[in-house]
Design a protein around this ligand. Structure first.
Ligand code: SF4
Length: 150
């Protein structure tokens, strides 16, 4: 079986350009694990229940952040800035190192069609070990999301 990273031993180029595209438009959901919920509730000095009621909805039985009414933009995006940046969900923190983007060069290229920071000419090369660590964090969070029951 291939390991994550067999095809990018020399790392991958990425830098966030701050374009905000990963936080805007539909389709797409920001799903939350129980750790995300705790961190974001703390950010607003709310209980988890209060935070969930105010800022989330249920999608396929899982907590997801609300969109701004009338658009597919994240409720926490203002003037192209994340207003909860230091407390943002792990799904956001680990982009673009999601398993779906890393399975093959074709998947990485396809992700690059939606994100201008992927393979950007000015981007640094992110080393293999950093990418693997981010991807494992993403996967751990995915499992936690699965067990975060409303
Ligand atoms: S929480 Fe922040 S980083 Fe995540 S989608 Fe919303 S605005 Fe973007």
């Amino acid at each position: 079986m291939d390991e994550i990273g067999d095809w990018f031993q020399d790392g991958l180029k990425f830098k966030c350009t701050g374009c905000g595209k990963c936080c805007t438009g539909s389709p797409g959901y920001v799903f939350l694990s129980s750790t995300d919920l705790e961190r974001l509730a703390d950010h607003f000095s709310l209980s988890i229940e209060e935070f969930a009621k105010k800022y989330t909805r249920l999608v396929d039985g899982k907590y997801a952040l609300l969109d701004r009414p009338g658009s597919g933009d994240c409720i926490f995006l203002e003037k192209n800035q994340c207003t909860v940046y230091t407390s943002r969900p792990v799904q956001c923190q680990t982009f673009p190192w999601w398993i779906y983007n890393l399975q093959s060069p074709e998947d990485w290229k396809e992700a690059g069609e939606r994100c201008e920071g992927i393979d950007h000419e000015d981007a640094p090369v992110i080393p293999l070990l950093n990418i693997q660590a981010q991807c494992l964090t993403y996967l751990d969070n995915l499992i936690e999301q699965h067990f975060t029951n409303p």
